[in-house]
Every structure is written in structure tokens, then in C-alpha cells.
Design a protein around this ligand. Structure first.
Ligand SMILES: [Zn+2]
Length: 230
């Protein structure tokens, strides 16, 4: 893998966001069919992209890092079971790793990842982040609840999984300056939201923008998410 120096300071790395990967349906905003998903992974592999984690992006911004010359981050929100059953084996086939943002109070519920499955992903090089306690939109949630959503979720995930939950994903990407400060003060090393930018720097460590991949796009639309795809 050809390496390049990223950071310290601004780095240019696309961070993509998926929700459901499904073998039986797909073609909607939040659910991509397994075949279309595989096609995207094949595209990334054939064009020389290599996956990195959000933790690595944050470290590169802070201190600089040697990363694959064409890095991309694949994130999966909500802790859906199909991240394990459908996404993981397909990433594995390409030597890719992902980042999963787990809603803490859904841990082990039907349709969602269990602690054992998350530990398996972590052992395979995936990063596990918090996607809040209850997936509440923090901008419309009483401030007194923020601590449980932001800090409590991390405590619960680390109780179940061990240390290493370093990144937070704001539900719906919804924030205020005060919410961003809360994520910082909670001890996360980064936090992610939504947005088109693939350039990240110290000023965006607590709102790293992610480009959402809709499940009903064809490959030509997906390609536009990536720089230097040629
Ligand atoms: Zn979500």
C-alpha cells in the first residue's frame, strides 16, 4: 500500500455514511442492496482506495500520520445487525474496515448488534463509536439529558465492550455550539455529523462532515462522492 503523509492540520479524506445493508431488499435512502453495496466496494478497491478509521483521521489532524495514499472512511450508523451480517463480510473480502456508531440503549436488542458481535468487529480492526443513548435529537432534548446521551452512552458501551469508544456521532447530525462543547468535554477525541466536505481540520474535529450514501443511487452518483476517482 503506498503511504502518504496526512496532517498535522487539514486532511482531505472522504468519510461516507451508510445505514442498512440488505441482501433481500434495498434501493431506498436508508437501505442499500447487497449487490449495489458490493459494487461500490469493488469500485473503491479497483481505484486504489484503502479504508481508515475516524480515530486515524483524528490522529492525523492532531499529530500527522502516514496513511494509505487514497484513504476513505466507511461509517455505519445506528448499530444495525446487518452491519455485522451483511456489511462486514463484504468489507472483509476487500480487506476493508469500518466504523460503527452504536445507539447504546439498543445494544443487543432484536435487529441490533450485540456486545459479542461488536467485540468481534473491534478485533477485526473496526472502530466502535457512540451514537448517543437513545438516538434523541439533542437540539430538541432538554439540556439535562445531554449528559446521559453523550457521556452515559459512552460509559455503557465501554462497560460492555471495554475501552476504545473515542468518537461520537450526533443523531441526525443535529448540533448547537453547546452540544459540540459537551462532546468535547465528555472526552471523545472526535465527533461526526453530516455534510459535503471531505476536508477536515482542527476546527472540525468535533463535527467531521460525512457524506451520506443513499441506497437508491447508481454507481455513477456514488463515484461523485470521491475525489480522484479516475
Ligand atoms: Zn442515526
Amino acid at each position: 500500500v503506498p503511504l502518504a503523509t496526512f496532517g498535522p492540520g487539514a486532511v482531505e479524506i472522504p468519510i461516507l455514511l451508510y445505514h442498512h445493508v440488505s441482501a433481500s431488499d434495498g434501493g431506498s435512502r436508508y437501505t442499500i442492496g447487497a449487490e449495489a453495496f458490493e459494487e461500490q466496494l469493488r469500485f473503491l478497491a479497483e481505484h486504489g482506495y484503502h479504508t481508515v478509521t475516524v480515530r486515524e483521521v483524528a490522529a492525523a489532524i492532531r499529530a500527522g500520520a502516514q496513511l494509505p495514499a487514497k484513504p476513505v472512511v466507511l461509517t455505519f450508523d445506528d448499530g444495525n445487525l446487518n452491519t455485522y451480517t451483511e456489511a462486514w463480510p463484504r468489507l472483509q473480502a476487500h480487506g476493508f474496515v469500518g466504523v460503527v456508531y452504536v445507539v447504546a440503549n439498543r445494544l443487543g436488542s432484536p435487529g441490533f448488534l450485540s456486545a459479542a458481535q461488536l467485540q468481534e468487529l473491534a478485533s477485526a480492526g473496526w472502530e466502535i463509536g457512540s451514537h448517543s443513548w437513545s438516538h434523541a435529537n439533542l437540539t430538541t432534548t432538554e439540556r439535562s439529558q445531554w449528559r446521559q446521551e453523550i457521556v452515559g452512552s459512552r460509559v455503557e458501551l465501554q462497560r460492555a465492550l471495554g475501552p476504545g469508544v473515542e468518537s461520537f456521532a450526533y443523531p441526525f447530525g443535529a448540533v448547537t455550539e453547546e452540544i459540540i462543547r459537551e462532546a468535547y468535554e465528555a472526552g471523545y477525541t472526535s465527533a461526526v455529523g453530516l455534510g459535503p466536505s471531505i476536508v477536515h481540520d482542527r476546527g472540525s474535529l468535533y463535527y467531521l462532515q460525512r457524506r451520506e450514501v443513499w441506497g437508491n443511487w447508481d454507481l455513477a452518483v456514488f463515484e461523485r462522492l470521491l475525489p480522484d476517482a479516475g
